[in-house]
Structures are given as structure tokens and as C-alpha cells.
Design a binder for this molecule. Structure first.
Ligand SMILES: Nc1ncnc2c1ncn2[C@@H]1O[C@H](COP(=O)(O)OP(=O)(O)OP(=O)(O)O)[C@@H](O)[C@H]1O
Ligand SMILES: [Mg+2]
Length: 331
């Protein structure tokens, strides 16, 4: 993996970051195609922010290689910096200036002429639903407004690569929508976005490929479809007539199909993740087997639905699996 080709937006091989005796990032390989949204998912402490900070040249890697648009992270940090922008805690807003003044100031610092800086600021304030608040000092903004202004600041000049580290954490649904629209607009203009998020639906909506990180390692990578099919072909959700039959139903599904069964909060409901046990079984066959097995055991199913696993289910399956294999390795 030492020969990085450099025709990708981001390419890393064996990237490592060590804090004390903790390998926060433990050999990460990434290949992020230019012009796409690439999602990075993982539980708290998985190493997502550390990867982002290294790629943004804010933190020096302890091992491995990385290139951003072909520029080596360690040898050509200035060339990397010219192509990137980063949101969130790193954007520096002046609390005493208004939202509009902040954006205009940053625009001027980026080299825009006064009129152009004002025009771009107004455009972004409108796009992020901040036009009304544009004349108020930032210190009077709510958390969500500040977050939106942060993101607006990071896209003042259209960067080639934008790092969005949990851009919508704490935002209400409307604000999340503004951010999503801006991300889509940027990508339509050719920007590559590396998006970390705790919200799986956000990755599902925006990202074309996703890497799942856990304990500093990439434990799965691919398109959403690939990730979903990697944890089982489908999910059957069942609603039972009688809640007291649920534990029997669970046993039947596990025994008959080797399904991974999840007990839902609703006492009538049961979710089974189906995987083909060898052969070419499809989800239809598997679910009809499940229903037959339940009927034989005398369990009445009132209704059922069939579908691909959600990204949430994929995420839980993958991160549980990596926790389990670690426990096994520790034995
Ligand atoms: N500057 C630092 N010094 C020491 N340890 C650190 C530092 N930054 C991060 N870590 C540790 O490295 C690990 C990875 O942290 P990181 O912030 O990259 O995780 P994350 O995936 O972004 O998590 P979250 O979802 O909570 O944002 C954690 O165990 C964290 O405590
Ligand atoms: Mg983080």
C-alpha cells in the first residue's frame, strides 16, 4: 500500500496517530474519490476527528502516508492547505461582530473584493436562513445559528475539499436541511466533502461511500448498498398478535434461520436480520421460511414488512461484531 497514486481527493495508507499509549488511529486506509461526499461513521472515540485533523494538517501523523489531491500531507502541507476548508470548532468567529460582518471579514481575508465579499456573505446568510439575524452580534446567536454561521464561513470560498466534522450535531431538523442543501450544492460545483457524523440518516442521504471506524481502524467500507448487504440480505419486521409469544418467536427464528433477532421496544414487535446460510437464497425465500416456521410453532403474525437493513442496523451489527471479535481475541 505504499504507492499512492494521487488521483483521488484523499488517499491514505496505514495512517497512525498515537496519543500516549493509545493508538487513536491505527492503520487507516482511505480512498476518497473527488467530487463526492464520503461519510466517516463510528462510535465516540473511534478516531474520526483525529483522522480529519491529520488530513487538515492540524496534527502530524505518527505513521503511514496520506495525500490530498496528490500532495503529501507531511512534505507539502501548504499545498494541502490551499485546497481545503474545515468547519466547526476551528472556524474563528468574532463574537462582537454581526453575522454579516463576520462573513464579509473572512471573505476579505480570503482575498475577495469588498462588493464580492458582501454579495457572497448575503448569499450564504440567505442559504442558511440567517438573513434576519445577519445584523445581530454573534454573541447573541443560539447554538444552532452559530453552527450554521460556522459552516457558512467555511464555504465562503468554494474549497476543493471540505471537512465537515459532525456539522449538524445539535441542529434542529430545519437547520439540518439547510446544511444538507448546502453540501449538495457544493458537491454539484465539484467540491469533495469528507463528512463525519453520528447521524446515520445523514450519511445515508448525503454520502456515496462510507467508512465505518472503530477503535482507530476501518472495520467496513463501501457504498451504502454494499455495507447493507454485508450484514445480511434483509430485515423482516414482524408484529405479533400476542406479545407473550414473542420469546417463543425469537427462539424459532434463531433456531430455524440463524437470524439475528432484535427485540423492539414495542412488545408486539420483533426484527430479524436474515443472512443466507450458504446457497443463493434471497430475502423473499428466507422470510417465507421464517413465516412458515412461526406458523408451525403456533405463532400468529398480524403483519410484517420486508426491507434492507437501515444504516443504523448496519452500524450496530458492525460495531458489535468488532467488539465481539476483540473480546474473542482477548480470551
Ligand atoms: N489531543 C489528544 N490527546 C490525547 N488523546 C486524544 C486527543 N485527541 C483525541 N484523543 C483520543 O483519541 C481517541 C479518538 O478520538 P477522536 O476525537 O478522534 O474520536 P471521534 O471518533 O472523533 O469521537 P467522537 O464521535 O466522540 O467525536 C479517543 O480515545 C480520544 O480520547
Ligand atoms: Mg469527533
Amino acid at each position: 500500500m505504499s504507492d499512492l497514486t494521487g488521483d483521488l481527493a484523499i488517499e491514505t495508507a496505514g495512517l497512525v496517530k498515537i496519543f500516549g499509549d493509545r493508538r487513536a488511529v491505527d492503520g487507516v486506509d482511505l480512498a476518497v474519490p473527488a467530487g463526492t461526499v464520503y461519510g466517516m461513521l463510528g462510535p465516540n472515540g473511534a478516531g474520526k476527528t483525529t483522522v480529519v485533523r491529520m488530513l487538515a494538517t492540524l496534527l502530524r501523523p505518527d505513521g503511514g502516508q496520506a495525500r490530498v489531491f496528490g500532495h503529501d500531507l507531511v512534505r507539502e502541507p501548504d499545498a494541502v492547505r490551499r485546497r481545503i476548508s474545515l468547519t466547526g470548532q476551528y472556524a474563528s468567529l468574532d463574537e462582537d461582530l454581526t453575522g454579516a460582518e463576520n462573513l464579509q471579514l473572512i471573505g476579505r481575508l480570503l482575498g475577495h473584493r469588498k462588493a464580492a465579499a458582501r454579495e457572497r456573505a448575503d448569499e450564504l446568510l440567505a442559504a442558511f436562513d440567517l438573513a434576519e439575524a445577519a445584523g445581530r452580534p454573534v454573541k447573541n446567536y443560539s447554538g444552532g445559528m452559530r453552527r450554521r454561521l460556522d459552516i457558512a464561513a467555511s464555504v465562503l470560498s468554494t474549497p476543493d475539499l471540505l471537512f465537515l466534522d459532525e456539522p449538524t450535531t445539535g441542529l434542529d431538523p430545519r437547520s439540518r436541511n439547510y446544511v444538507w442543501n448546502i453540501v449538495r450544492a457544493l458537491v454539484a460545483q465539484g467540491t469533495t466533502v469528507l463528512l463525519t457524523t453520528q447521524y446515520l440518516d445523514e450519511a445515508d442521504r448525503l454520502a456515496s461511500r462510507i467508512a465505518v471506524l472503530d477503535h482507530g481502524k476501518v472495520i467496513a467500507e463501501g457504498t451504502k448498498g454494499e455495507l447493507k448487504s454485508s450484514v445480511g440480505v434483509g430485515v423482516v419486521r414482524l408484529w405479533l398478535r400476542a406479545p407473550d409469544q414473542r420469546s417463543t418467536a425469537e427462539r424459532v427464528l434463531v433456531d430455524a434461520l440463524g437470524a439475528a433477532v432484535q427485540i423492539d421496544p414495542d412488545p408486539f414487535e420483533l426484527t430479524a436480520r436474515l443472512s443466507p446460510q450458504g446457497g443463493e437464497q434471497d430475502v423473499g425465500e428466507l422470510s417465507s421460511q421464517a413465516l412458515t416456521a412461526l406458523a408451525r410453532a403456533g405463532i400468529t403474525v398480524d403483519s410484517f414488512s420486508l426491507g434492507q437493513p437501515s444504516l443504523d442496523e448496519v452500524f450496530l451489527a458492525l460495531t458489535n461484531r468488532s467488539a465481539t471479535s476483540e473480546e474473542e481475541a482477548a480470551v
